[in-house]
Write a protein that binds this ligand. Structure first.
Ligand code: KDG
Length: 312
């Protein structure tokens, strides 16, 4: 394995039309979860990636399992939990590419994830562990799982990539801040957006955010700036702005996950950080061009053509 991820994936019910949820006639069944979005992004680019989680022992769980496995992601450590259901989430399209989410996930199987479920010894060749700030918001055992996985990866020499992924529908800022700060400082690479940067450092300025997060184990911070690209800074003092790619936004959700996949893909391919960030920006841009959290993620040839400006 190149990369290990862990966290909740839900069945995503995506409306077939834009507008208030009470007026929408039907929903399509898809899957969504930050860590499977990242995993699928990496797998489509040809990397070896494993996703660890709990699913309900139900049809929704089997649907997620088969979809993720079908994308070429290793699901051998996924547990089917007979005592809790698979989480669900409904989207509402507000127009202009903006989306609102409605969760039905409290008490889900994935919220029962516990530290021993994420056993890194199963994947001795992993180079990266991807952790998201969603997992610690799900339950006390999920919080412990995230903290233990990050520590155990660092102890094994695995590079930890952390996306704070603040989800206001899951927890309040005051509760999230100390937990996310701890996980950020325990990770080697931190990927905040401006909003998360503000929660963690009090600033909305990318340079200040990056400076503020270069603490503890953190070697590099890459601040995501949406269509404007990204700003990076390393503990060695390198920094720079990488411009974004212009696309028409259809569904904004999943861009950050695609960004993380692009960044790790670039680093796995041995690219220097600024070039890996450019790949991350391209992935983030492509992710928002279609409906669904992962569906528009590119295969390697498509990504290369998009970055070279030769895509059809
Ligand atoms: O980053 C996209 C995710 O937020 C989405 O796929 C659903 O994992 C999800 C969550 O918890 O919000």
């Amino acid at each position: 394995m190149d990369v290990i991820t862990f966290g909740e994936t839900m069945v995503n019910f995506a409306p077939t039309a834009a507008g208030p949820i009470e007026m929408v006639p039907a929903f399509e069944k898809r899957i969504a979860g930050s860590e499977t979005n990242v995993s699928i992004g990496l797998a489509r680019l040809g990397h070896r990636v494993a996703w660890v989680s709990r699913l309900g022992d139900d049809g929704f769980g089997r649907f997620i399992y088969k979809t993720v496995r079908g994308e070429g992601v290793d699901v051998s450590a996924v547990i089917f939990d007979p005592e809790a259901p698979t989480g669900l989430y409904f989207k509402e399209y507000l127009g202009g590419g903006r989306t609102q989410v409605h969760y039905y996930r409290r008490g889900s199987a994935a919220s029962r994830l516990r530290p021993e479920d994420v056993d890194l010894a199963r994947f001795p060749q992993a180079r990266f562990l991807f952790a998201s700030g969603i997992t610690p918001a799900l339950s006390a055992s999920c919080r412990e799982t995230a903290e233990r996985a990050v520590e155990s990866a660092a102890a094994r020499g695995v590079t930890v990539v952390f996306d704070p992924n603040m989800r206001r529908k899951l927890w309040r800022e005051e509760e999230a801040r100390p937990v996310l700060k701890r996980l950020a400082a325990a990770s080697h690479l931190v990927l905040p957006g401006i909003d998360e940067g503000q929660i963690l450092t009090g600033s909305t300025d990318p340079e200040r955010i990056a400076e503020g997060l270069l603490q503890g184990r953190t070697q590099a911070v890459v601040v995501k700036l949406g269509p404007e690209g990204a700003y990076y800074r390393t503990a060695d003092g390198d920094s720079g702005h990488v411009p974004g790619f212009k696309v028409e936004q259809v569904d904004e959700i999943g861009a950050g996950d695609a960004f993380a996949a692009g960044l790790m893909s670039g680093l796995l391919d041995g690219l220097p950080l600024p070039e890996a960030v450019r790949r991350a920006c391209a992935m983030g841009a492509l992710a928002v061009t279609g409906v669904g959290d992962y569906e528009s993620l590119p295969y390697r040839r498509d990504l290369e053509a998009f970055m070279a400006g030769t895509a059809p």
